[in-house]
Design a protein around this ligand. Sequence first.
Ligand SMILES: [Cu+2]
Length: 263
Amino acid sequence: MMGRLPIAKMLAATVALTAVISVVMLQIRWNGQEASTAAPKIDTLLDVMIVLSAFVFALVMVMLFYALWKFRAKPGDESDGEPIHGNTRLEVAWTLIPTIIVLFGAGYSWAVLNDIEETGDNPLTVDVFSQQFAWSFGYPGKGMAYSEGELHVPLDRQVEFKMHALDVIHSFWVPEWRIKKDNVPGITTTAKVTPDKVGTYELICTELCGFGHAAMRAKVVVEPPAEFRKWVAGLEEKVPPPYLETIRQDTETNPIPVGAGGA
Ligand SMILES: [Cu+2]
C-alpha cells in the first residue's frame, strides 16, 4: 500500500509548501520592537517554531489533498471502503517524527530560557508592587526610594524584578522586553531583564484582575545610567511600611533581605 504512494513527490510538495508558508509568516514581526537582550533570542525561537509548524501543516495538507483526490469514490460507487488493518511503517513514522519535533522544541526552549534567566554581573534589584489597578516600584539599593506609576531603569544593565502582588494575581508585561511574569499574593516571583534600547515603553497588566484591569498600566523609561541615577536620587518618597511588610511576608521564596540589592 505505502510502496505505491508517490512519496518523493509528496515530500517535494511538502517542502515547497513549507517554504512558501514560512516566507510569508516570517515577514511579519509578530512581537513588535525588540528592546532587551532576551528579545531577539525569543523572536528567533518563535521563528523556528513557525517554520516547524509550517512543515507539520504542509505535510498534513499534502497528504489530505492527495487522499481526497486519489481515493475519491467513482460516480455510482456505493460500496464500503477497503478494510485496512494498520501499517507498521506508517505508525512508526507518525510517532517518531512528532516525537523528534516536540523533543527538539522542548530542548531548544529550555536552552533559551536558561540563557535569558541567567544572572549577570551586578544586577539592579527593583521591587514591583501590583494592586487593583496600579503599579508602583521600590529601589532597595537606593534607600528604598519609591515611585508610583512610573518605572525607570538604566540602559544595558540587568534588572532583577521582585514581584509582590498586594491583592489578587496580576502579571507584569513589557512587550518590547518580551518578559511576562505573574505577580502572586504571598510569594515573590522574579523576572530578569537587560534593557538594551533607550526609550519609553508601557508596562501592561496581562492577568485579568478586575474592572480596572484594562487601565492597569505604568510608564517605563529606559535611560542612560547617569540619567537613571539622577531620577532615582530625585525620588522623595520611600516604600510605604505596609509594602515592606509584604516583602517580609513573602520571604519563603525571597531569600534576599530588605535593603539588599545592587546600588
Ligand atoms: Cu490586571
